[in-house]
Design a protein around this ligand. Structure first.
Ligand SMILES: Nc1ncnc2c1ncn2[C@@H]1O[C@H](COP(=O)(O)OP(=O)(O)OP(=O)(O)O)[C@@H](O)[C@H]1O
Ligand SMILES: [Mg+2]
Length: 348
């Protein structure tokens, strides 16, 4: 992180109450986010990746206090978000916003674009009517839409245009932070790159920080200089995107990356695929010790006994894996080199 923090999250825990089981009908807790810490600098993008069910959306929603935080600290600038009262939260809403994956369901179909964009202004700011109208026109143009579209309804637009509208709505009050939850995954490939370019332009103009949630690593690689990798509710690796992609230090990250096809067939041939066995375990009963151990090709005795400590990685960032302290000696080499040398996994 290069500049002053916009968002600081420490030891965040989030759980859901799920259906009662057994004859006593006791409610059970699903721990969807477990001890997550991260920071985003002003105007910076942090990518949050992980497979489906790893807790990315839950973390994003809790950071914005759209769902309850069980414990931990969330700070936006100097403001305590996790402990904010109802009225403090109302004031915080204008400083942090969310864009959802599905532009078809995230916009109220019975409201015009003008109404959708005006709503945050009316709720949060005391701005005269004609100034509001001018702001809406300017915002539509800045997301690449005609100001004249303001009178239309969401169904009159394509998926990409609707996502532009959702982005415009989130940006109306110049927030410090926007959580983008899979903002392009519902769109076709060419529309995806247009929306990513738009997000970059908007960030350059506004200095808004983004938490970019995605399961698609290529999206995060294009958009964010830093990345955090989530597995079963925990962050298992963080670091500069280049280092994480080229020299992953956690076997889960290495597996995620090895699943992404390289456009260059020569490079593709040199990649050893790590095939993960089994499904993501249930967060209701996570494995003891390291949560990844049940699917890890390098599992050792210690992995079931102790949770791995966070280890600083050469080239930047942290990885939570016993291999670095207890494993077959990596001897200063990256996990990637280790995999290649050992030929533990075969190309698939
Ligand atoms: N409202 C809810 N009630 C109960 N459990 C939930 C709820 N929302 C999510 N979960 C559970 O919490 C865990 C984390 O889910 P979450 O949606 O945050 O994952 P995700 O990483 O965003 O996945 P995806 O990539 O599919 O969006 C999962 O086990 C999920 O089943
Ligand atoms: Mg999600």
């Amino acid at each position: 992180m290069s500049n002053k923090p916009c968002l600081r999250v420490e030891n965040l825990h989030v759980s859901y109450d799920v259906g009662s089981t057994g004859f006593l009908g006791k409610r059970r807790k699903l721990h969807a986010v477990n001890d997550v810490s991260l920071e985003i600098g002003a105007g910076e993008t942090l990518g949050l990746v992980g497979e489906s069910g790893s807790g990315k959306s839950t973390a994003g929603l809790a950071i914005l206090r759209l769902i309850d935080v069980a414990s931990g600290t969330v700070r936006l600038g100097e403001t305590d978000v996790a402990g904010a009262t109802r009225s403090e939260l109302r004031a915080l809403r204008r400083r942090m916003q969310m864009v959802f994956q599905d532009p078809y369901s995230s916009l109220n179909p019975s409201m015009t674009i003008a109404q959708l964009l005006e709503e945050p202004l009316i709720i949060h700011a005391d701005i005269p009517k004609d100034e509001r109208k001018a702001m809406i026109g300017r915002m539509l143009e800045s997301v690449g839409l005609h100001a004249g579209y303001a009178a239309r309804y969401p169904h009159e637009f394509s998926g990409g245009q609707r996502q532009r509208i959702a982005i415009a709505r989130a940006m109306m009050l110049h927030p410090e932070l926007v959580v983008l939850d899979e903002p392009v995954s519902a769109l076709d490939v060419s529309t995806q790159s247009q929306i990513m370019n738009l997000l970059k332009k908007i960030q350059g103009d506004s200095g808004t920080a983004f938490l970019l949630v995605a399961h698609d690593l290529s999206v995060v690689r294009l958009m964010s200089p830093r990345v955090a990798v989530m597995y079963l509710g925990e962050i298992v690796e963080t670091g500069p995107s280049g280092r994480v992609y080229d020299q992953p230090a956690h076997p889960y990250t290495a597996a995620l990356i090895s699943a992404v096809p390289f456009p260059d067939p020569e490079r593709q041939r040199r990649v050893n695929r790590i095939i993960l066995g089994g499904d993501l375990p249930s967060p209701m009963s996570p494995p003891s010790g390291c949560r990844f151990r049940t699917r890890c090709p390098f599992v050792m005795d210690i992995c079931s006994k102790e949770a791995p400590p966070k280890v600083a990685v050469e080239g930047g960032g942290l990885a939570s894996c016993h291999l670095h302290a207890h494993g077959p000696k990596l001897g200063g080499r990256s996990l990637n080199d280790f995999i290649r040398d050992k030929q533990i996994v075969s190309a698939a």
